[in-house]
Design a protein around this ligand. Structure first.
Ligand code: PEP
Ligand code: MG
Length: 752
């Protein structure tokens, strides 16, 4: 059964559109389960009823004609119960309904399973038999498993289908994702191609067959050249078997029949070169995989690899012909900081990522740059919308492809409102961060890019609470040298001097991967991250802190901060290295003071040892993004669980209060530099808790300052007490937004 499951899912994944998906399902399920009938009903988005969309075994003319409301008939009952119904004699069930158009009266046994995607019943998959018999447990389990696996594919195919038919007429289509960076962007989609993989090449046709053939031939030539060159370079290091592999690759590419097969598809079906190549190569892969001889089975991986190489060349040929449009909205399967950095800043206005969530690092960078972003837009058929007009609603996490004039007009108004609010907040830049009754809190900024510096200074930042040093590392293709780092850090320190700049030591791992230092792990957020990496690589750590200290020469505004500290040992080990770097520099003749050394509290163990850590550190700062993910056991980068990631969860609030109390008991200043500090409502709670420093992106700073200056400390204290009584994050969020509205700060909430 597992083999059948896999092959059905694979086939469905490769299907070109929704009707093809449905046909494959009904055909293959009937064949594998050996039933007389297999049918699929899908929910009609407009009417909410479930319509027969494909069948093998019932009268084909009834497709599109039979429809049931939730709760109506057996299919409608599967929908409302959200579980399978397995009947020996369907006609004896009280909910049974007979549709003469289907010819259904001939079938007795009935098994229907719901197809559920993100808690919504998309449809029902039904098998039927003529005789009276109950489907056995194995059959039921098979259908349940298959329905669960197909739900995502069907949802995606539905979304793609909506766009494909609408595409020619340029009618508006809406897609949902996660609101990741506030604001609205109206512009053109620019797609960042995912890494070459044969099985994810979308179905696409070409306009100009001759040009496509030419593209294909050029890619073949380039791939052949590349393989030859690599084989040549490595020839002394390869054994005979490995050398033979290179020869085999080249002879496959030289083999005319492969090229002929691909060209036939480009000519005959007007397929794009990438799709034609992927189809042909996948067929070869499957043929190898099905062979009984294990040697040949293993060759399937080689064929796949060769396929991916050529695909990469096809992509490169296409990419090199592309320019970034004005008002570019960058879209990719998993956007990275490096992809972002490739686009000229003046052209980039928004981001959309199919994977990831509001707390992924690319979303944090988007917020810092003031770029509206939607993450986790899983159903968006992004490969098909390159160049299309798009509206990104970063407040609600919504996207519109081919927006109507009316929709555009509505969003133009929101953009204008935003500008108005920003102008209104401009005057705050020169005013201190204090409450209406004079309680002073430092409002600092989080930085990473050079662009942040200008924005931060314009907005009156009083210091830097978190400079993410990994950002310049992410934008390079090798580790920056000590001198290169010194120059980068100097710019930051100089720009803010005499204000303090907190530089965090390299925090890679998790969702921050350096292309030139890959970390392959099954559980990266619990793996080799942050301080764990740099303590294992003292040469990297020492080089970095030396560069920071040298950069601070004559300015003395540097603070060093350690990420991901989970116990006292890590702090002590790191302190020794920092002290060693400092004394080496002094020996070398540098007149540098030893900078304050602080730590981030972002791991639950550090919350419970906050007092001991605070006694040994010069300052502590909560990384609430990670702390939330670890306290709630919710991967911050996973869009599937994004709805249960709550920075205002009661457990998180209690931990935050515990940390600030523990820090103050040790007479140590306590800050916070997670995204919560940049949320006006969250910031009021943090001020009430007693946080000394709130560090946030420059975009949010004026909003937080406006909120703080409008309210007294006593009011915040009672708001905090009220929130700490509540048991659910939603209640806390609601309480905060009602409070902001009540005190006349509604404009600081998101529009609409
Ligand atoms: C945090 O975890 O809250 C934090 C500020 O660090 P980062 O988001 O870079 O992991
Ligand atoms: Mg962190």
């Amino acid at each position: 059964m597992l083999g059948s499951l896999r092959s059905i899912v694979q086939q469905v994944n490769a299907a070109r559109d929704l009707p093809a998906v449905l046909d494959i399902i009904v055909h293959r399920v009937r064949e594998v389960m050996d039933t007389r009938v297999c049918s699929i009903y899908l929910r009609d988005k407009q009417s909410g009823s479930y319509v027969l969309m494909a069948t093998e075994g019932l009268n084909p003319d009834s497709v599109g004609q039979v429809s049931l409301e939730p709760g109506e008939g057996l299919v409608g009952n599967v929908v409302t119960r959200e579980e399978p119904i397995n009947l020996e004699r369907a006609e004896a069930h009280p909910a049974y309904q007979y549709f003469p158009a289907t010819g259904e009266e001939r079938f007795s046994a009935f098994l229907g399973t719901p197809i559920i995607h993100h808690r919504n019943v998309l449809g029902v998959l039904v098998v039927q038999q003529a005789e009276q018999r109950r489907f056995d447990e194995g059959e039921e389990a098979f259908l349940v498993t298959l329905s669960a696996q197909l739900a995502g594919v069907i949802a995606h195919a539905e979304a793609t289908g909506a766009l494909a038919t609408i595409g020619q007429q340029r009618r508006e289509a809406k897609f949902d994702g996660i609101a990741a960076s506030p604001g609205v962007a109206i512009g053109r989609a620019h797609i960042v191609a995912p890494p070459a993989s044969l099985s994810t090449v979308p179905y696409s046709c070409c306009m100009d067959v001759e040009a496509e053939l030419e593209l294909f031939h050029q890619a073949l030539v380039a791939a052949r050249e590349e393989i030859r060159a690599v084989g040549e370079r490595l020839k002394d290091e390869l054994n005979r078997e490995e050398r033979a592999l290179f020869d085999a690759y080249i002879s496959m590419l030289d083999d005319n029949s492969l090229a002929v097969e691909v060209c036939d598809r480009i000519r005959g079906q007007q397929l794009s070169a990438s799709r034609a190549w992927a189809e042909v190569m996948l067929e070869h892969v499957r043929r190898f995989e099905a062979m009984s001889d294990s040697y040949f089975r293993d060759r399937a991986a080689d064929v796949r690899d060769l396929g991916a190489r050529v695909l990469m060349h096809l992509r490169q040929q296409q990419q090199s012909e592309r320019d970034y449009p004005d008002n570019a909205i960058l879209i990719g399967e998993e956007l990275t900081a490096a992809a972002l950095a490739d686009v000229p800043r003046e052209k980039l206005i928004g981001l959309v990522s199919i994977k990831g969530s509001a707390n992924s690092h690319v979303a944090i960078i988007a917020r810092a740059m003031g770029l509206p972003a939607v993450m986790g837009a899983q159903e968006l058929p992004f490969e098909r919308i390159d160049g299309a007009e798009l509206v990104v609603d970063g407040y609600r996490g919504e996207l519109y492809v081919h927006p109507t004039t009316e929709l555009r007009r509505r969003y133009d108004c929101i953009v204008e409102e935003e500008r108005e609010l920003a102008r209104h907040l401009d005057h705050l830049a020169g005013l201190p961060g204090e409450t209406a009754d004079g309680h002073r809190v430092r409002l600092w900024v989080n930085t990473g890019l050079m662009a942040d510096v200008v924005r931060s200074l314009e907005r009156g930042a009083e210091g830097v609470g978190l400079y993410r040093t990994e950002v310049p590392f992410l934008l390079r293709d090798r580790f920056p040298s000590e001198e290169e780092q010194r120059e980068i850090y100097r710019e930051q320190l100089e720009a803010f001097a005499p204000r303090p700049v907190t530089m965090r030591t390299l925090d890679i791992g998790g969702d921050k991967a350096l292309a030139y230092f890959p970390i392959e792990e099954t559980n990266p957020f619990l793996g080799w991250r942050g301080i764990r990496v740099t303590l294992d690589h003292p040469e990297i750590f020492l080089g970095q802190v030396r560069a920071m200290m040298k950069a601070s020469l004559g300015l003395d505004n540097l603070r060093i901060m350690l990420p991901m500290i989970s116990g006292l040992g890590e702090l002590e080990a790191a302190r020794k290295l920092v002290e060693r770097a400092h004394s080496e520099l002094v020996d070398e003749g540098y007149d540098i003071v030893m900078p304050p050394l602080g730590i981030m509290i972002e791991v639950p163990s550090a919350v419970y040892q906050a007092r001991e850590l605070a006694e040994r550190a010069d300052f502590i700062s909560v990384g609430s993004n990670d702390l939330t993910q670890y306290l709630l056991a919710v991967d911050r980068n996973n869009s599937r669980v994004a709805n249960i990631y709550h920075a205002l969860h009661p457990a998180v609030l209690r931990a935050l209060r515990h940390v600030v109390d523990a820090g103050h008991a040790a007479d140590t200043k306590v800050g916070i530099c997670g995204e919560l500090a940049g949320d006006p409502g969250g910031a009021l709670l943090l001020v009430a808790m007693g946080y000394d420093v709130l560090s946030m992106n420059a975009t949010n700073l004026p909003r937080v300052k406006a909120a703080m200056r409008a309210v007294t400390k006593a009011d915040m204290d009672s708001l905090l007490e009220q929130c700490l009584e509540l048991h659910c994050p939603e209640q806390i969020e609601e309480t905060l937004s009602s409070y902001l509205k009540r005190v006349g700060l509604k404009s600081l909430l998101q529009p609409m």
